[in-house]
Design a protein around this ligand. Sequence first.
Ligand SMILES: Cc1cc2nc3c(=O)[nH]c(=O)nc-3n(C[C@H](O)[C@H](O)[C@H](O)COP(=O)(O)O)c2cc1C
Length: 206
Amino acid sequence: MTDVSSDYAELLALDPEARKLLFTEARTANSFTDEPVTEEQLRAIYELTKWAPTSANTQTLRVLFVSKGEARERLVAHMADGNKAKTEAAPVVAVLAADQRFYEHIPTVFPIKPEMAQYFESNEQASTDHARYNAILQSGYFILGVRAAGLAAGPMLGFDGDGIDKEFFGDGRWKTIQVINIGHPGENAWFDRLPRLSYDQVVAHV
Ligand SMILES: Cc1cc2nc3c(=O)[nH]c(=O)nc-3n(C[C@H](O)[C@H](O)[C@H](O)COP(=O)(O)O)c2cc1C
């Protein structure tokens, strides 16, 4: 059993069960049972994910849920060999993408500065960087959302992103940033738990 050291646990507002579910005992799943994941569960995951912050509230993440069948086979073809079997087996797979035209929503999601839409529309590099940065940020929130729904996530970067983009996002508007298997963990779902860096290894003060 893992939890935050008792020296610090009492400083956290999050209760022990939630800490375990979201952080300390949550693991990256590499195999899945056949137990389905429902559309309602996927909606519940998004209903949490959407509230976590993004730059100028732009919410650049887009999600393609890929069910089992013909579409899944098309996705698996673009996964790295070591990721194929688990991507085939997961009840649902999410292709996370960055919306290259996220700025169309700016007048609604950031009405205090609607002119930012024109800035991003006419600055391709800034727009691409902003879309990717915030979609990756939201992908971390999404993983916590999956865990909050009592499900296991298996995030992956081992894939041919251009291949997935051509396969599913032919118009170029969505660009793949991550693929996440979602479901209930199956047999031998976990690799060995790997060490985490300590506070003292990652923190500096000035
Ligand atoms: C962005 C990201 C990309 C990853 N890519 C892969 C991958 O392509 N294949 C794989 O088997 N695991 C992949 N992983 C899994 C990590 O190795 C794993 O989450 C990490 O070692 C922690 O494992 P734990 O949650 O079981 O402690 C990825 C994880 C993240 C967050």
